[in-house]
Design a protein around this ligand. Sequence first.
Ligand code: IMP
Ligand code: MG
Length: 179
Amino acid sequence: MIPEADRIMISQDEIAAKVQELGSRISQDYGGEEILVVGILKGAAIFMSDLVRSIASPVAFDFMAVSSYGASTESSGIVRIIKDLDQSIEGRHVLIVEDVVDTGLTLNYLVENLRSRNPASLKLCSLLDKPSRRKVEVKADYTGFEIPDEFVVGYGLDYSERFRNLPYIAVLKKDVYIK
Ligand code: IMP
Ligand code: MG
């Protein structure tokens, strides 16, 4: 474990088992229908790369990048599209893949935005969910782990662009971000 971490919340093995489980459920639900998997950069990149390899249905990729916390751990509530999709999603089965639903502000905005583009269906898969932090209602169709209100890093999640490469999810020591 890295010295900046307080403890490991979710181990590499637990993540791998959950990704398989989510992939099986998604494959069953979509069957032979092609899924356009939309990863929300950068946090969802690692989760998405593992998840798509556990999905048996045909898959196409796209990515979006939206503004989030910057270097802070609190959401500003302002969502800005930094990178939009490369393709039209009209008539496609879209599955948004996100790292964590926290206040819900980011996903609430994204779901509204993508729904207005007339996909055939729109679902949401989030690795983590912090329901106690919700400011607007967002319900993922597929959730990996419900976690308490603690700031976590690893497996794609960062603090100031660091720790995304950890193979596990860890709680950061408070003195790393509270100065
Ligand atoms: P929301 O708009 O508040 O739901 O925030 C979603 C975004 O906040 C995520 O995509 C993450 O980038 C970031 N975020 C929320 N909680 C955490 C955390 O515990 N660790 C790292 N990033 C987080
Ligand atoms: Mg982030």
